[in-house]
Design a protein around this ligand. Sequence first.
Ligand code: SAH
Length: 258
Amino acid sequence: MINTNKQPKITLVGAGPGDPDLLTIKGLKAIQKADVVLYDALVGKEILDHIPVGAIRIYVGKRANNHRYSQDEINELLVRYACLHGHVVRLKGGDPFVFGRGHEELMFATDHDIEVAIVPGISSCIAVPELQQVPLTRRGVNESFWVLTGTTKDGVLSKDVAVAAQSSATVVILMGLKKIREIAKIFRKNGRSNLPVMVVENGSTEKERSVLGTINTIENEIVKNKISTPAIIVIGAVVGLHPNLNEKLKTVLGMANK
Ligand code: SAH
């Protein structure tokens, strides 16, 4: 239905890490008022149940090596649908501005004189470790956390990993599962072979699985348990606070009998 009476508007909504209840109230209200919803692969399916009957829903999810829509096409769609139908909600996994290309969409829409509202979401980078009871910061253990992409726009590992590996920061790597060997090598080079590492697949959802290990053992754990994407890698002393460390890992971390 084409509704030219409506003011074009785009709301960028962060859908949270996967658990549909981790959508914000503001995000929910925006979806309930949508004429069109464009959503990604990592958006919890139950969240789509909030889309009003009669609203247009378009899946623009991208999966590695299987691009359905390019970013340019998504930008165009957002603007076109806003002009044709009114309120477009752009629903993105986690937070729209954390490796989510939300800012590119904001700029494109603004350049086309379309009003844009932003609803932050709970990012997987914080929520997924947290749900494993692993804090990104812990007084006395670390003083910062870094959130890095394992896959830059050129498809290579970010050079920042080598810098982060020299610090005491908690290092959270998104989109890095396939580069775990390369990542581990960098940490090993910095003499950090026994640093604890956690990898969580499908965090916050019913399909959540996780493995624990050290820089030396994590690749083996991933292969053994067939961990696949979407997955988050957390590296740092705070991972040693996980409640399910086995005795072997506790010994390596010097935590036996603790
Ligand atoms: N904007 C999103 C991140 C987009 S990048 C956010 O703020 O969460 C996509 C990457 O995020 C995935 O490849 C994976 O590394 C990570 N990711 C997102 N949701 C996840 C989940 N539920 N469990 C594990 N990793 C997740």
